[in-house]
Structures are given as C-alpha cells and as structure tokens.
Design a protein around this ligand. Structure first.
Ligand code: 13P
Ligand code: ZN
Length: 270
C-alpha cells in the first residue's frame, strides 16, 4: 500500500483548507469540506474492507450507497488539516441502505465527521443529478458575504443584482447566480434539505448570518466561486453607506456575459 499522506486528494484538501484559513473564512473549526472519491483513487492507499467505525445518518443518502468520500471532522481547525490530515479528515463509504457511513481512514482521535455531513451528502446527491462530474461541497464563513446578509434584503433577485453589479466579472463566474436561504439552525437535517433544494439550481448558496456553500468538479472550482462571490460582497461592503456614483447597468452586464459566452439568469436582469 502507498502512504495515503502522499495521495493527491489529501494534499490538495490540506492546501485548500490552509488557503481558506488564511483568507479568514475558517476561523477555529468553522467551515467543512467534502470530496467524492472513486474506489480506483483510494484502493492503492487503503484497505476498503476494513471498517473502523460506523456513523448513523439522519437522512436517506441511498442514491450515494457504496460511494466513497473524504470530509473534514467536526470541531477540527482548518489551519491544522494540512499538518495532520489523519486526525482532521476522514474517508468513508456510504452504507448500502444509505442510512450510515463507514469510516475507513482518519478521524484518528476518535472524533466524528462534520456536523454538516447531511448537508454535504444531500448536496452531493442533488448536484450529481445536474452535473455527474461534481465532486466537491465546500462550506465556509467569508467575512463580507456574511456582513452583507446583515444589511441587504435577502430577496434572491435583489441580492444577485447587487453582487453582479459590484465587479464586472462576477456575472461571468456565476451567471447562474447565488441561492439565498434565510437564517436557520445549522447542523440540522432541515438546513441540509433546504440547501440541497437550492443546489438544484445554484452552485453557490448563501446561509444568511452564517456563511455559504459552494460546489464544483474540483476544489479549485468551488474555491473560485467562493472567492468571486466574496470579492463582490467585499466591494458591496466597502461602498455601503457611500453614494455609488458609477454603476454597471443591466445592458453592461448582458454585454459582459455575452462577450465571455455566458448566459446569465434572465430573471435577475431587468
Ligand atoms: P463542524 O466543525 O462540525 O464542521 O462545524 C463547523 C460549521 O461551520 C458548522 O456550520
Ligand atoms: Zn458554518
């Protein structure tokens, strides 16, 4: 068996978590990441027959039965994932009935998976229906998006218009827009179901007064969506309370999207 600490997906998870930590999006244990894995990718690193422990789920993840994933542990500090992946991450397989996950590696101090595991698994199974190549679900607490939900109406159309109007290139990166959820108790199956419902339509979901979820085929893609939405929110916050003298019109937004071959969500434009 090869040393799993050298596996590309473990290294990339550590690097991504460290980058997110440095952005200030993942203080202490805030945020969580999960990554779907193919059996081919992991079998050279671990014995998939050796189950360490089983964790029950409150949701029905049966469409993912038999699928492998890596995810962050609950209470684990993002800044520590890169230097100690075995303690801070776990690799598991979804049970045949989709009602539990079987730990195969990691969470070596006896901890459990992220308290948002339901949101991640429901997020994956929903997203796979739209994009069979999707592999990543990522959650974090970016400062400006979070701040924006304190002062901006949570109306989805208005929220998206404000984000698109802040930076010329936002509409190119997320032409499909962001989904907005009202404040809900986190870590519950209810917020997981509401998030999955929004993920049918959007790749970025804002959790009011909390943070966001982003999905993608790669860690870079999910990170890029988060960065771009967060930059737009930062410009919103930097200009909030000031008179905005210049602004992007709906025609400007349409023209930029067209130039880059993107089709923005028409319902959000006038
Ligand atoms: P976990 O430490 O359980 O992953 O929780 C962090 C978080 O951000 C909850 O929304
Ligand atoms: Zn959170």
């Amino acid at each position: 068996m090869k040393n799993i600490l050298t596996a590309p997906f473990i290294r990339e998870l550590g690097e991504t978590a460290a980058n997110m930590y440095r952005q200030g999006w993942d203080e202490r244990n805030s945020g969580n990441i999960s990554l779907l894995l193919d059996e081919e990718e992991i079998k050279e690193y671990l014995d998939t027959e050796k189950v360490i422990k089983t964790f029950p789920l409150g949701i029905d993840a049966s469409p993912l039965a038999g699928r492998y994933f890596a995810a962050t542990g609950t209470g684990k500090y993002f800044k520590n994932i890169e230097k100690d992946p075995e303690k801070n991450l776990g690799i598991a397989r979804v049970s045949p009935d989709g009602r539990s996950v079987m730990l195969l590696w990691g969470l070596s101090d006896g901890g459990g998976f992220t308290s948002e595991l339901s949101a991640h698994l429901l997020g994956h199974l929903t997203r796979l229906k739209t994009d069979p190549e999707n592999r990543i679900v990522m959650h974090c607490h970016p400062q400006n998006l979070l701040a924006m939900t304190h002062i901006h109406a949570l109306d989805e159309r208005e929220f998206n218009r404000s984000l698109w109007q802040m930076c010329t290139e936002s509409i190119i990166i997320f032409p499909d827009g962001v989904g907005v959820l009202p404040w809900m108790v986190c870590g519950t199956d209810e917020i997981a179901e509401a998030t999955a419902e929004k993920l049918r339509e959007y790749r970025i979901i804002i959790w009011a007064l909390h943070g966001l979820y982003a999905v993608g085929r790669t860690l870079d893609e999910a990170l890029g969506l988060t960065e771009t939405a967060e930059k737009a929110a930062m410009i919103y916050m930097l200009t909030a309370g000031h008179e905005r003298v210049n602004r992007l019109s709906d025609d400007d937004l349409r023209a930029v999207a067209k130039q880059y071959g993107q089709t923005p969500k028409e319902a959000f434009l006038n």
